[in-house]
Design a protein around this ligand. Structure first.
Ligand SMILES: Nc1nc2c(ncn2[C@@H]2O[C@H](COP(=O)(O)O[C@H]3[C@@H](O)[C@H](n4cnc5c(=O)[nH]c(N)nc54)O[C@@H]3COP(=O)(O)O)[C@@H](O)[C@H]2O)c(=O)[nH]1
Length: 725
């Protein structure tokens, strides 16, 4: 005994104690003494309410560097109030009894006042001939800390230290029960970062991790301490705004979140601005289950993203219905594949020089027994967001090749079939093998197959796309870039894409005759295609005016309702067999036939103009609306445009402003009531209007107006200049 471990006067008592603990031991001997001193359990004895004995482990546990600090001290001082009740049950336990109560977890107080977690056992003993209590405690601090660390890991996100999904759902369930009792409200906010993948891909995962930690910290600053911020994984965070919750609090917090996230973050030495989309669900309005509220907030978040990102949306039951409908559609598409309910229709592509059909585009339709003929815009986006598009795409490719085989076998004058390829299909880097195998299976020459790729798909991973395109090109097929101009092309890549055609998107074709900007884009795309040695095809051609402008601009091919809608396979065969041809009448030459365009909503003005112009021998084109006027201007060489102030479809000034750009040689004359309008002065100053006349008019005045305007026009034709105002 080194004199430190045992409190001296207690030595004899300890011997007695050990004799009691082990009745088999006749005498307390050195072995038992050492045992008491060396056991890791803290052992101390109270007698008359005072500690009379403590082994070295007890001294360590209570933080007593000197045994005298414990000896004679009040035993209850080491036991917090909350633990006394548990301890009391052991006071009467007989040390020799075989049916002892199990050890119980409680806390003891160290000399410095801090608490220590222990597993405790006690029993009544006689010590120094005095009724005493022997206490045995095992310090479980380390084990508890270890357990807590494991529990923390299981309930928290390792990267940000925020609660994870499981803990969030636990807290949400508790909060719901509390809110239920107090008739309170609470909100779940689902936050998803916009374009986080881009940060990861361009700056690396370390920068991505740093960003997630910053976002987690910022979100925590947006809410009260009682609220919860959790990370569900990836770039998904979720906030629980707990009861009590003001009516406008969720929206306010969402705005705060947007402001806080929008503050620049320095990543990789550069400042970046991050935005997030937020979906919000409310208890009890939207539901009463934790999982349900979380799912609804998630649905609302998707709607916020669809709405253009960096915004927030509250969940509505309409969103749920749409989601349900979408799931039904997805299931329907699965069945459609199994039951072979898809069909291909074919839309001809016409060469503008020869007027002949030189290709067809295969367009998918779903012949659903339940829904009827479903158009692709209704189901392709759903298929694209699920894995189904790959299977559907392969079906289309297979059916297009099977059709070519059938046409060849039937002696139809076959033209190439163009097949649309969705972005996710293109992500399949073995697509060249699929194409090769499909062509071989049907015995079809590769020159008869064209793939229509979209700009965006080729830009997702441009280097991989270039490599795949070259492999596809090596199979012998041709390729075009569909919807050209609507994506975010990197033109530097365009020259590396081994494509054959650029397909002008129909939105530009639509504006060809009336939107100077659209016409400028179409002109530029045709020129760019030709400079790169590619053909240009315009889709969505619906009018002769559009066709005429495209022909003037040197576009190679057209596709659209003007020539034909998409046809069933048999109708397409009939068209190909009939060698259909598109013809284009030459535009009138203005200087040979003095052509004026009259556009007026006022019937009186129209009648007077018609009479005066007819009498003066002009070739008169009459437009009832601006759309008519654009179409007539596209199809005829018009010298003078004379319009009344009121026009169906646009204001005369807006109309003149557009045709100034698209038909700069025309002389533009306005008949108006209101000469004081500042926009009239502006239009004259900008050169949109050359002349104007006011009410009341008479034949002589209209006659004079037409004569002077036409002579302006003829002069400018002769000089080869635009007419100046
Ligand atoms: N991945 C795949 N996408 C496909 C497939 N089949 C079609 N689609 C894509 O679905 C979108 C809608 O197609 P659809 O309803 O068939 O419309 C096509 C034409 O009918 C339409 N079109 C053609 N001419 C005109 C016109 O003059 N006016 C007008 N309003 N519409 C017209 O344009 C669609 C052709 O588009 P595009 O492919 O860009 O040439 C559409 O995005 C299809 O691509 C498929 O098998 N796989």
């Amino acid at each position: 005994m080194n004199g430190v471990a045992l409190i001296d006067p207690a030595l004899a008592g300890a011997r007695h104690l050990l004799r009691q603990l082990n009745p088999a031991a006749a005498e307390f001997n050195d072995g038992y003494r050492m045992l008491v001193e060396l056991v890791p359990e803290a052992i101390w004895i109270n007698c008359g309410g005072q500690i009379v004995y403590a082994n070295p482990a007890a001294l360590r546990m209570f933080g007593a560097c000197d045994p005298a600090l414990l000896s004679g001290s009040e035993a209850l001082a080491r036991v917090p109030l909350e633990s006394r009740h548990q301890m009391a049950q052991f006071v009467s336990v007989d040390a020799g009894c075989t049916q002892q109560p199990p050890r119980c977890p409680l806390q003891l107080r160290r000399l410095d006042g801090t608490l220590v977690d222990v597993e405790y056992f006690g029993c009544a003993v006689r010590f120094n001939d005095c009724e005493s209590v022997m206490n045995v405690a095992h310090d479980v601090t380390e084990r508890r800390e270890h357990e807590q660390a494991i529990e923390h890991q299981a309930t928290h996100d390792l990267l940000t230290g925020l609660p994870n999904r499981a803990l969030f759902l636990d807290r949400l369930a508790l909060a719901i029960r509390r809110a239920e009792r107090h008739h309170g409200r609470l909100a779940v906010m689902f936050v998803d970062l916009d374009k986080f993948k881009h940060v990861n891909d361009t700056l690396g995962h370390a920068a991505g991790d740093q960003l997630l930690c910053t976002v987690g910290a910022r979100l925590a600053q947006c809410v009260r301490d009682a609220d919860t911020v959790a990370r569900l994984g990836g770039d998904e965070f979720v906030l629980l705004l707990d009861h009590p919750l003001g009516e406008s609090t969720p929206a306010m917090v969402a705005e705060r979140v947007a402001r806080r996230l929008g503050e620049p973050v320095t990543l990789g030495g550069h400042e970046h601005v991050v935005t997030g989309s937020v979906g919000i669900s409310i208890y009890p309005d939207d539901g009463g289950q934790a999982e349900e509220l979380l799912r609804q907030a998630d649905i609302a978040m998707y709607r916020a993203k669809e709405g253009g990102r960096n915004g927030f949306q509250f969940f509505t039951h309409d969103m749920q219905s749409r989601l349900d409908a979408r799931m039904m559609l997805e299931q329907g598409l699965h069945r459609a594949l199994q039951r072979d309910e898809f069909v291909l229709h074919y839309q001809p592509q016409v060469d503008l020089r020869s007027g002949r059909v030189v290709g067809v585009e295969a367009l998918l339709r779903w012949q659903s027994p339940e829904l009827g003929l479903v158009q692709p815009f209704q189901f392709i986006p759903v298929a694209e967001e699920s894995s189904l598009i790959t299977q559907i795409g392969q079906w289309v490719l297979d059916r297009a090749c099977a059709t070519l085989r059938a046409w060849l076998d039937a002696g139809v004058p076959v033209v190439p079939i163009a097949v649309n390829v969705a972005a996710s299909q293109f992500a399949d880097m073995a697509m060249d093998q699929v194409v090769r195998a499909t062509l071989a299976r049907h015995g079809v020459e590769p020159r008869l197959l064209e793939l229509e790729l979209t700009e965006s798909l080729s830009m997702e991973d441009p280097e991989a796309s270039v490599a795949l395109m070259h492999r596809l090109k090596a199979t012998g097929i041709s390729m075009s870039i569909d919807d050209f101009g609507t994506g975010y092309s990197n033109l530097a890549y365009l020259k590396r894409f081994p494509v054959d055609k650029l397909k002008i998107d129909q939105s530009f074709t639509r504006g060809l005759t009336c939107e100077p900007g659209d016409r400028a884009i179409v002109t530029a795309v045709i020129r760019m295609a030709h400079s790169l040695g590619l053909r240009a095809i315009a889709e969505g051609v619906e009018t002769e005016g559009q066709l005429r402008v495209l022909a003037e601009q040197g576009c190679d091919e057209v596709q659209g309702f003007y020539f034909s809608r998409a046809l069933s396979g048999s109708a397409m065969v009939a068209m190909l067999a009939g060698q259909a041809k598109i013809g284009l009448a030459p535009a009138a030459v203005a200087c040979e036939r003095r052509t004026v365009l009259l556009a007026a909503a006022d019937p009186l003005l129209r009648e007077d103009l018609l009479r005066v112009a007819g009498r003066a021998g002009y070739h008169v084109l009459l437009a009832h609306s601006v759309d008519d006027a654009y179409e007539l201007l596209a199809g005829n060489a018009v010298g003078v445009v004379l319009a009344g102030q009121e026009l169906a479809g646009d204001s005369a000034i807006g109309f003149f402003g557009r045709i100034k750009h698209m038909h700069p040689r025309t002389v533009r004359v306005l008949v108006t009531d209101d000469t004081s309008a500042t926009n009239l002065a502006d239009a004259i100053n900008r050169g949109s209007i050359h002349q104007f006349a006011t009410r009341p008019w008479c034949d002589a005045m209209l006659d004079g107006l037409l004569a002077t305007s036409y002579s302006y026009y003829e002069r400018s034709c002769n000089e080869g200049t635009e007419v100046s105002g």
